[in-house]
Structures are given as C-alpha cells and as structure tokens.
Ligand binder design. Structure first.
Ligand SMILES: [Zn+2]
Length: 287
C-alpha cells in the first residue's frame, strides 16, 4: 500500500512543519494571562484599524479588572501620549516586550476621564518606571483611556521582539488565568471569596466565586470555580437577620450563598493558579 505510506509520510512532514512553527513561537515563555477576571478576545491581530493595522489583541474585560505582569520583568510607565492613553511597557526577562494600552483613567464607571494616568487609577499603587515585577504582579487596571474612549473597556495587549510585533493570540490561549493579582511583596495575604456553594465533601468545598476581596483591600469581580481545602480547623458560621452564629460543616449545602475567608498564604505563582485544594478555607459563612 505505497500510496498510504506516502500519505502518512506527507502527514508526518506536515506535523513536523507545524511543530517547527510552534517551536519558533515557543520562545515566548508561558505567560500569566494579563487580565484577572472574565474576558473575551479574538484573533484580531493584523485587522485594519484607523491609523494602521492592529498590532495586538484586544482583551475585553470589566472596568478596573486587574492587569498583571505576563512574565517577570521591568516596567516603564508611559503617560505622555497625545491621545491621553495610559499605557505601560513590560520588558520581560525573556527578551520579549509586552505592551499594555488603554489602562483606566476614570474614577467612576461613567468614563468621565477625571482620574488621569495616576497610580491607583491607571497603575498599581506605588508602581514606578524601572520597578522589577514578578510574573502575575498587579500592574494596573483595565479601562478605556486614549482612543478607546466611548468604546468598551479593554486591554490592548502586544508582544514585541526587538520592536517587531508578534501575534499574541496563541500565547493568550495558552496563558494561565490566575485567581488574584500578586502584590509587590510576598508578605502573607488572605482572600475573601463571595459566591455560591457548588459541592462540599469532608475535605473540600467547591465554590462558584463572583467577587473577590484581598486582605490588602484590593477587590474585583471574577466568576470562576475555586475548590478549597477544609480541615478540622475550619470555622463554620451562618449569617441570619439576628447576626452571625456558629454553624457546622453539615450546614453547608450546594446552592447556598457563601463567603469564604482563606487561611493566610504567601502570594506565590502556585496560589495564584489556585488548583483544587491549594487554598484552604479558614472561615466558611453561609446565608
Ligand atoms: Zn487594540
């Protein structure tokens, strides 16, 4: 059956060619997805845009969604654009540069532009040009500054090598989505996860989270599942009209509204990815 062999060999060659292209792109390290929260994006790299072609991907996200470092590196804030764009460059340790455009410049969701390209508005509190950041560290907040005004809040994200743009799409598809943005230090933190109980076993609690608050005061929305470890130390509470009362694990049922305070942990990459059981529940409050 020589024709089959030929076909098989042709297929193998195609696979090798495909694999080779993949290797060429793989020089971009595996990334942290640059936005924390629910997002949508398409392969809009190269699309025609006013003033030229689109050199990145637009990541649609909620107003003030945390924008984080795709890899570790050094940041350069850029606020002098004639369009009023709040943006930054992340010079990645790998040699790639990541560009974050349309960071937030609003103090309210009404897009009044009164916040400016300031820390706590566009950029993470305390972030300065020249700062080294870890992968997954908070850089700023998604918004609509510059020529995205009156459009939808989104992050325009680029990857460049020696100034030449690369299509970020496959790297974004492969990037890890993290549960929370990393603070600038590795001091222990905790999270308050607000959501709904999906399932509960003797040692795990699966929650569909909707809102997250961090011990440093940062808060954001993110609808996703998180599975927390339960232990003999976990505290159970029930809130009712008369206040908060002690409860037990038997009082936690699928469908319950729940607030979970995690135990303290160091904000490492592993805890950001938050695979099932990595984070532990300190207090579980239903009702
Ligand atoms: Zn764009």
């Amino acid at each position: 059956m020589p024709s089959y062999r030929t076909t098989a060999r042709g297929l193998l060659l195609l696979l090798l060619v495909g694999g080779f292209c993949g290797t060429a792109n793989a020089a971009v390290p595996s990334l942290a997805f640059p936005v924390v929260g629910n997002v949508s994006f398409t392969n809009d790299y190269g699309a025609p845009r006013p003033g030229g072609w689109h050199q990145g991907n637009d990541i649609m996200a909620r107003w003030r969604a945390p924008a984080i470092a795709a890899e570790r590196g050094t940041v350069e804030l850029h606020t002098g654009s004639t369009l009023g764009t709040c943006m930054l460059y992340l010079q990645g340790a790998s040699g790639y540069t990541y560009v974050y455009i349309h960071l937030n410049n609003d103090l309210t969701a009404k897009s009044e532009d009164s916040g400016g390209c300031k820390e706590g508005v566009a950029y993470a509190p305390g972030l300065r040009t020249g700062d080294f950041v870890r992968k997954g560290e908070l850089l700023g907040y998604v918004g609509d500054s510059g020529d995205a005004e009156n459009g939808m809040d989104h992050l325009h994200f680029e990857i460049r090598k020696n100034g030449t743009p690369q299509n970020p799409y496959n790297h974004l598809l492969a990037a890890r989505h993290v549960l929370y943005p990393k603070p600038a230090t590795l001091d222990p933190i905790w999270l308050l996860l607000k959501g709904t109980v999906r399932s509960v076993t003797a040692d795990t609690l699966e929650v569909t989270v909707g809102k997250i608050r961090m011990s440093n005061g940062w808060r954001f929305y993110y609808t996703r599942r998180v599975t927390l470890a339960l232990s003999g130390e976990t505290v159970y509470q029930q809130s009712s009209s008369s206040g908060v009362v002690a409860s037990s694990s038997a009082g936690v049922k699928p469908g319950d509204a729940v607030r979970v305070w995690t135990t303290n942990f160091a904000p490492t990459w592993q805890t950001q990815v938050a695979n099932p059981g990595v984070l532990a529940a300190h207090t579980v409050r239903t009702g």
